[in-house]
Write a protein that binds this ligand. Sequence first.
Ligand code: XIL
Length: 338
Amino acid sequence: KGLKSLKDVYKDNFLTGTAISLRDLEGVRFELLKKHFNAVTAENAMKPSELQREKGNFTFDGADRLVNAAISAGMKVHGHTLVWHQQTPAWMNIKLDSGGNIVYLSREEALENMRNHIRTVIEHFGDKVISWDVVNEAMSDNPSNPSDWRGSLRKSPWYYAIGEDYVEQAFLAAREVLDEHPEWDIKLYYNDYNLDNQNKALAVYNMVRELNEKYQKTHPGKLLIDGIGMQGHYSVNTNPKNVELSLKRFTELGVEVSISELDIRAGSNYQLTEKEANAQAYLYAQLFKIFREYSDSIARVTFWGMDDGTSWRAEESPLLFDRTLKAKPAYYAVADPD
Ligand code: XIL
């Protein structure tokens, strides 16, 4: 009502996105979505546990409804996520041995599960999506030696079952599918959190650089990994200078960058004091100033939800609209960048 549309404010800079679920496709929530956002990410509906809970039995109903509704409303869809250590069915990388113990699948078995999931899901959605998070959160939290990026990988079930090349294998599998469909324009992303931490950012930088350089030896001029998603689950204590440093580092790799899951934790008990609301708004303003400066490299800035009431971090009121969908100081900070 009378508010500036966020997607209009940033139309010359980057796509303005939000995470959504099926409840956002009706009524006032759908109106809010269409007014402010021109890109969506499924908050949960496209995760492995939703799409292939049982081996070989793909369930695309919910995701299809979400994707088709978003596209019909003129929005772009980002795919999240193909390979992750959470919200992934156990059968993909572990099994019970004859003695009833939980063991990891062999490299071959796990690779086949991973590759089949990647292929089936990418082919199903085709170019209804503009980009995919191929691998999510593969790096450990605060690597002590970022130049050893392999040694810095999170010990995820995929890591144990396949080995330290599972990230590369995932991107190769996705790239293979895209190569069979030259008519599609889909970007392949590596996505992670805490990338304002410079140790973690550097480990990711080293990984993406090495995997892309290796790929270019056999595919001159082509990228294996097209983009890096900085999730952006921040708090009012996050230093925007560190966000900027990481943006600078990643753009030097020649990949595109997206802010993929932005929210700023500020209070507790589902409410903000005036001071907390203002501190949150101020950090949003500082971040969007930086995002605008880097808009040549930033494809998309996506919030992890529209309102505090449905946020995964509802208690800490991290978003632009409150539980009644009323605009917060954070909204005005983002909507009026000048
Ligand atoms: C979260 C969702 O918001 C929750 O609804 C769900 O219960 C757990 O996952 N990093 C990611 C997202 O990549 O997929 C996560 O989303 C938040 C952290």
